[in-house]
Design a protein around this ligand. Structure first.
Ligand code: ADP
Ligand code: MG
Length: 389
C-alpha cells in the first residue's frame, strides 16, 4: 500500500486544505473464465497489490473539481448530470459513479473536490478504470454517509462505465476490485451476481507479461465474438433446445447438436461451455489445495482460446509456450479479452525475476521488443484508508 501522507500533501497543494476521506481500490487480473461473463457463466479474478487512490472532501458551493497524478489538466465542472464531451474522458468515470450513487440515495447537496493517485498502470488490462470507479465510489459513500452493500456498489460502478464511458464491460472488473482478498481469488457467478472468495496459497504469485500489442480491430472483434455466442444460442433454440444463454448448455448436449450448427459457431460455443466447466473445476481444485492441477486447466484455457475462440495472437501463444517450460510455473494463459494484451502465469516462488527476465528476453529475440513484466500478489478489495467525515 502507498503511504497516504504524500497523497494528502498533494491534495493540500491542489485544493488548499485536507481531504475528508482517502480510499483505495485494487486492479485485477482475469484468472480464468475467458468471455464467460456475458454468456452468464462464472469467472475467477484476482485483485492485485496495485491500486488507485482517491482523496475527497465536500464543499458547500455546487462545484466539482478533479485532479489526478496521471493527468496535467485540472477539471472544474458545475454540472455533472451528463458525460463531459470534448475533454479527457477520465472525469466521466467519476461523474458516472457520482450520478449512479445519487440514484441510490447519495445527497445532491453542494459539490466536492477529488484527487486521484495510482500505482496501477492504465490501459494494461489490469482494470485501472474499475479501480478508479470503486475507489471513488467508496470515498463518496463514506464522505456523504451513504450506506450501500458492496454488491450494489460494484453494480453501480459497472453501470457507470457502461453508461457514462460507453464501455460494455461485464461485472468481472468491478466485482473483483470490490470483493478482492489477500490470499484469495474472487469467484463470480455472473448470472446470480454472487461473489465468493477461493483460497490461494501464499507461496503462489501471479505474473503478468504485457505485450502492449493491440489488434487494430479489437473492439469489433470483441463484438463479433459476442454476436457469435448469441448466434450459437439462437441456433440451438432453432433446433428445439431450451437454452437462453450458453451457460445453460452442457457439453453432451452441444456435442449432439454440433453437426447441425455452423462449424465456426460450434467452435465458439465449445470454448464457452468448456471454459465454464474449467472455471468450476479450478475452483474445486484450489479449494482442495491442488494448485498444480488447477494450473493445467489454465494451459487448457489458453489452448481453447487459441484454437476454438480464436482470440489469441502469436505473441501470446509464444509467451505461454516458453512459460510452460520454466521452473515454478504452474499454469499460464492469455488474460482479458484477447486479440492482444497480456499473458498471466501462476507461479511458485522458485520462478524468480531472473526467469521472468529470461522469458522477456526470449520474447524480445523473437518479436523485437520486450513485454512489460509485473509480479503481483493478491490483495484486499476497495477500502477506506482514512476518514474524518
Ligand atoms: P484499464 O481499465 O485496462 O486500465 P481502460 O481503458 O478501461 O483500461 O481504463 C483506463 C482509463 O481509466 C484511463 O484512460 C483513464 O481515463 C482512467 N484512469 C485510470 N487510472 C486513472 C488515474 N490514475 N487518474 C485518472 N484517470 C484514470
Ligand atoms: Mg477498464
Amino acid at each position: 500500500m502507498k503511504p497516504i501522507e504524500p497523497i494528502k500533501e498533494r491534495f493540500r497543494q491542489v485544493f488548499g486544505g485536507d481531504p475528508a476521506v482517502i480510499s483505495a481500490a485494487p486492479g485485477r487480473v482475469e484468472f480464468i473464465g475467458n468471455h464467460t461473463d456475458y454468456n452468464l457463466g462464472p469467472v475467477i479474478g484476482a485483485a492485485i497489490d496495485r491500486r488507485v487512490y482517491v482523496a475527497i472532501r465536500r464543499v458547500e458551493e455546487r462545484l466539482f473539481r478533479f485532479a489526478s497524478s496521471a493527468y496535467s489538466d485540472f477539471v472544474s465542472l458545475d454540472e455533472t448530470d451528463s458525460p463531459v464531451a470534448g475533454r479527457d474522458s477520465w472525469v466521466n468515470y467519476l461523474i458516472g459513479v457520482y450520478n449512479n450513487l445519487i440514484r441510490k440515495g447519495l445527497s445532491t447537496k453542494g459539490g466536492f473536490e477529488l484527487y486521484v493517485d495510482s500505482d496501477l498502470p492504465t490501459g494494461a488490462g489490469l482494470s485501472s478504470s474499475a479501480a478508479l470507479e470503486l475507489a471513488s465510489g467508496k470515498a463518496l459513500c463514506e464522505c456523504y454517509g451513504l450506506e450501500i452493500g458492496l454488491e450494489d456498489l460494484a453494480v453501480a460502478c459497472k453501470e457507470a462505465e457502461n453508461e457514462f464511458v460507453g464501455v460494455p464491460c461485464g461485472i468481472l472488473d468491478q466485482g473483483v476490485s470490490a470483493f478482492g482478498k489477500a490470499g484469495g481469488l474472487v469467484h463470480i457467478d455472473c448470472r446470480e451476481m454472487v461473489f465468493s472468495v477461493i483460497p490461494l496459497a501464499d507461496e503462489l504469485s501471479i505474473w503478468i507479461f504485457n505485450t502492449h500489442k493491440k489488434h487494430a480491430l479489437v473492439e469489433s472483434l470483441y463484438s463479433e465474438r459476442y454476436e457469435e455466442c448469441l448466434s450459437a444460442v439462437n441456433g440451438l433454440v432453432d433446433l428445439g433446445l431450451e437454452v437462453s444463454c450458453l451457460a445453460d448448455l452442457s457439453m453432451d448436449v452441444l456435442e449432439r447438436a454440433k453437426p447441425s450448427l455452423d462449424e465456426k459457431i460450434a467452435k465458439r460455443a465449445e470454448h464457452i461451455v468448456g471454459e465454464i466447466s474449467r472455471v468450476e473445476t479450478v475452483r474445486h481444485l484450489l479449494e482442495e489445495g491442488k494448485a498444480e492441477d488447477a494450473g493445467k486447466l489454465l494451459f487448457q484455457s489458453h489452448a481453447s482460446s487459441k484454437n476454438l475462440f480464436e482470440n489469441s495472437i502469436p505473441e501470446l501463444d509464444y509467451l505461454v509456450d516458453i512459460l510452460r517450460s520454466m521452473p515454478g510455473v504452474v499454469g499460464a494463459r492469455l488474460t482479458g479479452g484477447g486479440f492482444g494484451g497480456a499473458v498471466m502465469a501462476l507461479a511458485r516462488k522458485d520462478f524468480t525475476r531472473i526467469y521472468a527476465e529470461s522469458v522477456a528476453s526470449a520474447y524480445r529475440g523473437r518479436f523485437g521488443e520486450e513485454p512489460e513484466t509485473l509480479e503481483c500478489h493478491t490483495a484486499d478489495g476497495a477500502c477506506i484508508l482514512e476518514s474524518v467525515s
